[in-house]
Ligand binder design. Structure first.
Ligand code: GLA
Length: 724
């Protein structure tokens, strides 16, 4: 059970769920200091503050002589003793920026406080500590929120900044948390990438100074992810100390580790301070997005499984959160913009015969969209392609016994659209300057009430008309040249934050109006693949790169934070449209089984043999989906280290497991090898469904399971193991 205790004599707050502890002390009854985060312990008695100050007691610990610069803090601000960068910066009306935040009060609750407007994790089975600090001269108050769950080793942290004074203040930096760690002997793991190669795993040793990641693009982005991890010496996939940090936010963010003069590491994460400010009038408050801190003493794998548990138990919601997901076929790579109803129906019926559940109509069904240079915003059916509109097509698909899904890109507007011709001022723009397009499109100003109302109505109508069972919500460009009529010039730096709040509001409106629809988010592939989106839509398109070998790396690294149930993964045609690579159908299917399974190809062009294979894959996915999507995920071989990639999923009761091993290169004269598994019951025997091979769990984990040699480039083998 998660608990929060306060020892007033020692000034100690202790959050624990019996597996991890997080301990804060109040230095001199005033400043919250970080004492410990790690494997559960009974308490901390040593007084770090006095040691750091070279004193025996707290006596005479006053502000003007407090060397906060030497102390590990929970809520540092620059300029009142701490000379490092802090997590908050406030500009007072006289231009000064000093803040002396000291303890005012605290409370403990079973109710996780809501963060209105922001996505956040649900609080079932949790305890929350709220520590309130106050700057006496101005009345600025900060609530530091800490939530710990019974069932998962993540701590949610956030901060609420309140102006309890009378004069307005301006927030110039409002990060979600600060964690000051003793020592800096860690490696830093981040996810860096680009379009079609999102989330590549990077690892480097911490050095003095600043390091980390972040983005200013207005989206969590393809180039990086709102995540970082620190791994202790000798940390592997299944042993050693590892700390993971992830933000529940879909816009520009900042994630940094600063190693200071005493080799302490300060980790901070939150909304990107670049191009950010926020006016707080007397009585107003600002809520920082939630961040999750995961501590694992079972290495990187333990960290990932804690994140996955958090996602499954407290982040994803709605009818599909823990349910089976339909196997889909999407027409994008089969037709691009060049389709008519007949073509779509032929794809759907062929897929249906092979056991596919859901047909998804991608881009190109609206306005006069024959290419990507027009019609975004005109969400009316293109009757040239669909003579009976979405309704007619959907009814025919439904009549086949299939579900129907639809692509939309609600936040965008094409300059060549009726919407733009009637509302040229609805896009984000900077006065009379040229409007810089990206993929021939501009971004709607989601801070405007009229724009939000239009999007809610137009997209809602399309979903209703299509009687859709599934929606792919795309977003294909980032924001620049910021300007809006909703803010006065001096508050323009609130725009990026308000834009995402607008997106969340519209998404919440539409998803709650259609609770039976499965929503998948997308952003030119995985350009907004973050926990904020996962709170609203339980799966996301992982990357536009559907090449099996590239996907091994992308999915492997994405699994650091996200479980397979979040990752859209499809079998596509060969040669692959992004890499030109030819990989066998079996490998493409094996890799797609690492996520929410589907197809992105024209099944009418497949041979009878391939169609039979597809039928088998679909049956497989259906039978094993609970393990594939919701089992404990274990990474076995990293494609970032070698030409092999392997992973497995095990059901929580260790009755079933699926193992996948992919080889990049075919090798001449290769011999079978052994792949060491993990997570099985050592005392049980397991049978592989295909070969009938029976081996002990202990043997497969300690000695390995025999893996046939690679048969050509990009080949894969899988084992579907059941306890005998
Ligand atoms: C983005 C998506 C693709 C596809 C196209 C359509 O790139 O990531 O999957 O939907 O848009 O234009």
């Amino acid at each position: 059970m998660a608990s929060v205790t306060f020892d007033p004599a020692a000034g100690l707050f202790h959050l624990t769920n019996g597996r991890v502890s997080y301990i804060i002390s109040l230095a001199d009854g005033k400043y919250p200091l970080h004492l410990y985060w790690g494997k559960a312990l009974r308490t901390v008695r040593d007084d770090l503050v006095c040691r750091r100050l070279g004193r025996r007691t707290h006596d005479a610990f006053t502000m003007h002589e407090t060397p906060l610069d030497r102390l590990p803090q929970e809520c540092p601000v620059f300029g009142c003793g701490d000379m490092r960068e802090g997590m908050l910066q406030v500009r007072h009306s006289d231009g000064s920026e000093a803040l002396d935040l000291t303890y005012l009060s605290h409370s403990v609750s079973d109710e996780k406080p809501a963060l209105p407007g922001l996505p956040s994790a649900r609080g079932e089975g949790s305890r929350t500590l709220t520590l309130t600090l106050r700057d006496e001269p101005t009345g600025v108050e900060v609530d530091l929120l800490y939530t710990l769950w019974d069932d998962c080793d993540a701590i949610a942290r956030s901060a609420v900044i309140r102006n309890n004074g009378k004069t307005p203040v301006t927030l110039e930096k409002a990060l979600s948390f600060c964690l000051d760690l003793e020592g800096s002997g860690y490696e830093l793991v981040t996810l860096q990438g680009a379009w079609a190669r999102e989330r590549q795993w990077t690892r480097r040793r911490l050095v003095m100074g600043d390091q980390g990641t972040g983005t200013v693009r207005g989206a969590s982005s393809q180039q990086t992810s709102p995540f970082l991890a620190l791994t202790g010496d000798g940390c592997t996939e299944d042993s050693g100390e590892c700390m993971g940090f992830a933000l529940c936010w879909s816009g520009s963010f900042f994630a940094n580790v600063h190693v200071d003069q005493f080799s302490s590491a300060r980790v901070m994460m939150g909304v990107q301070p670049f191009d950010f400010s926020w006016e707080l009038k007397g009585g107003e408050c600002f809520r920082c997005p939630e961040a999750y801190l995961v501590y694992s003493f079972e290495g990187l794998g333990g960290m990932s499984r804690a994140f996955h548990r958090l996602v499954h138990s407290h982040i994803t919601s709605g009818a599909f959160a823990r349910a089976s997901r339909p196997i889909l076929i999407n027409n994008w790579e089969a037709t691009y913009f060049d389709f008519n109803e007949e073509k779509l129906l032929s794809i759907a019926s062929c897929a249906k015969e092979a056991g596919v559940d859901l047909f998804v109509l991608d881009d190109g069904w609206f306005g006069r969209r024959d290419s990507d240079n027009c019609s975004l915003g005109d969400w009316t059916d293109d009757l040239r392609k669909l003579p009976e509109g979405l309704k007619g097509l959907s009814r025919k698909i439904h009549a086949m016994g299939m579900k129907f899904g639809l692509w939309v890109e609600p936040e965008m507007i094409s300059p060549d659209s009726d919407l733009y011709r009637s509302h040229p001022d609805w896009c984000i723009h900077s006065g009379d300057r040229i409007r810089v397009e990206n993929r021939h499109q501009l971004v709607l100003d989601m801070t405007r009430e009229d724009v939000k109302a239009y999007v809610k109505q137009a997209i809602g109508d399309a979903i209703g008309r299509a009687e859709a069972d599934y929606i792919k919500w795309d977003m294909n460009r980032n924001i620049n040249m910021i300007g809006t009529c909703t803010l006065p010039p001096e508050r323009m730096k609130e725009f990026s934050f308000r834009y995402i709040l607008g997106v969340y509001e519209v998404m919440r409106d539409i998803t709650s109006r259609f609770p039976r629809v499965l929503f998948e988010s997308c952003a030119g592939g995985g350009g907004r693949f973050d926990l904020g989106m996962m709170c609203l839509m339980p799966q996301a398109w992982t990357s536009d790169d559907t090449d099996a070998w590239m996907r091994c790396g992308i999915q492997y690294a994405t699994s650091l934070v996200f479980p397979p149930s979040c990752m859209g993964a499809h079998v596509s045609a060969v040669p692959n449209h992004q890499t030109g690579r030819v990989s066998p159908l079996s490998a493409r299917a094996a890799v797609a089984m690492g996520g929410t399974f589907g197809y992105e190809l024209d099944p009418t062009k497949l041979s009878e043999e391939e169609k039979a294979d597809i039928r088998r894959y679909n049956e497989r996915v259906r039978a094993w989906q609970d393990v594939l999507l919701y089992g404990d995920f274990l990474r076995l071989k990293s494609p970032f280290d070698s030409g092999e990639c392997a992973w497995m999923s095990v059901s929580p009761d260790r009755e079933k497991a699926v193992v996948t091993h992919v080889f990049r290169d075919g090798a001449p004269n290769a011999m079978p090898g052994l792949l060491k598994l993990r997570g099985l019951d050592p005392d049980a025997d397991y049978r592989d469904e295909d070969t009938g091979l029976v081996l002990g769990g202990d043997e497969m984990m300690l000695r390995g399971i025999p893996v046939p040699p690679a048969r050509g480039d990009y080949s894969a083998c899988q084992f579907f193991l059941r306890r005998v």
